[in-house]
Write a protein that binds this ligand. Structure first.
Ligand code: PHB
Length: 388
């Protein structure tokens, strides 16, 4: 078996890359370690920058997104008992779209099936070969036998724990990392969202976020410690804790109900440099992780894939230089989103180790944001997404 681009990982990064390459007439095969159902069962953030929406339009997979996605023109910052709106549209002229990553993944899978492009699910023990040569390949175990695929390039889109980045010799890669001392406990419920827009809450008890997937499905988060387990958080305890962190009017309006998903996610900032190792190119979570505050993870995967698809298309149009620029182009945007996600995380979460002084610094910055159009503009232009 042979293809032009072998893509490892059938999450949104790999699937979007596959779709953009397919539309450009570049043959590709996707290899995924898990099953289709497993990939679709992962709940991730759901806020899309307008640039990511445009990219999904170009990929021909935005029909349901436009029909079902919720366009948001602002969000609220809540602290000290009050709520302060950040008018994204008024400050930047741009909007964001609330549409779950799970839905994007499904739309991309459907488009790939319609295109007749090949995806191998449950590919075990994937190995990358000879990506420092012009003849790379991958091999894997499937149905008891060892399979192999030769290719021109390998795109590593297999997430933080994937085999792609792990296959790079340690001396060839530099890793930057910050691990935070807390996590997010998330609940999905078929209840109407507490507010039309998202509310990011900085509270003495810890951070909270009110988000949504639709007009009838809510997604809520509370900051928790890393030692806590999901089974220590029956629904009743979760709703009580969320309500305690919300401003009074929101707490009164909160509609609770049974959770349909509940999970704890650690928070991490991580960047690998560079993104290209000969004929292996990394994109999305395989290359970088942001803490979820600000919802940049999927948006960064989309911008990586945009640059990477352009580089492959240029290569097959006899302009190989674009591939050399991929890493620096993508990383320039990655680092800015890392900075933004880190600063939002620092601004809104409880950091006991920072003491009372640290808390007053957060409150001073929040007050400044609430009253300064300049500060709001800086926040808003990062939130809606920096230009590609
Ligand atoms: C979500 O809806 O899951 C979500 C929204 C905004 C964030 C993070 C997560 O900043």
């Amino acid at each position: 078996m042979r293809t032009q681009v072998a893509i490892i990982g059938a999450g949104p990064a790999g699937l979007l890359l596959g779709q953009l390459l397919h539309l450009a007439g570049i043959d590709n095969v996707i290899l995924e370690a898990r099953s289709r159902e497993y990939v679709l069962g992962r709940i991730r953030a759901g806020v899309l920058e307008s640039g990511a929406v445009e990219l999904l339009e170009r990929a021909g997979v935005a029909e349901r997104l436009h029909a079902e996605g919720l366009v948001h023109e602002g969000f609220d910052l809540a602290f000290g008992g009050g709520r302060h709106r950040i008018d994204l549209a008024g400050l930047t002229g741009k909007r964001v779209t609330v549409y779950g990553q799970t839905e994007i993944t499904k739309d991309l899978m459907d488009a790939r099936a319609a295109a007749g492009a090949k995806t191998v699910y449950e590919a075990r023990d994937v190995e990358l070969h000879d990506f420092d040569s012009s003849n790379p390949g991958i091999s894997w175990t499937q149905e008891g036998g060892r399979k192999a695929l030769g290719c021109d390039f390998i795109a590593g889109c297999d997430g933080f724990h994937g085999v792609s980045r792990a296959s790079v010799p340690p001396g060839a890669i530099k890793l930057y990392e910050r691990v935070y001392s807390f996590g997010w406990l998330g609940v999905l419920s078929d209840t109407p969202p507490v507010s039309e827009e998202l509310i990011y809450v900085s509270h003495e008890r810890g951070f909270a976020l009110c988000s949504m997937r639709s007009r009838t499905r809510s997604r809520y988060y509370v900051q928790c410690t890393l030692s806590e387990q999901v089974d220590e958080w029956p629904d009743e305890r979760f709703w009580k804790e969320l309500r305690a962190r919300l401003p009074e009017d929101a707490a009164r309006q909160l509609v609770t109900g049974p959770s349909i998903e509940k999970s704890i996610a650690p928070l991490r900032s991580f960047v690998a440099e560079p993104l290209r190792f000969g004929r292996l190119l990394l994109a999305g979570d395989a290359a970088h992780i942001v803490p979820p505050t600000g919802a940049k993870g999927l948006n960064l995967a989309a911008s990586d894939v945009h640059y990477l698809a352009e580089a492959f298309i240029a290569f097959y149009n006899k302009n190989p230089g674009e591939l050399e620029r991929y890493s620096s182009r993508a990383l320039a945007r990655v680092w800015k989103a890392e900075r933004f996600s880190w600063s939002m995380t620092k601004l809104l979460h409880k950091f006991p180790e920072e003491g009372d002084f640290g808390r007053r610094m957060q409150l001073a910055e929040l007050e400044y944001l609430a009253t300064s159009r300049a500060a709001q503009t800086a926040l808003a232009e990062n939130y809606v997404g920096l230009p590609l």
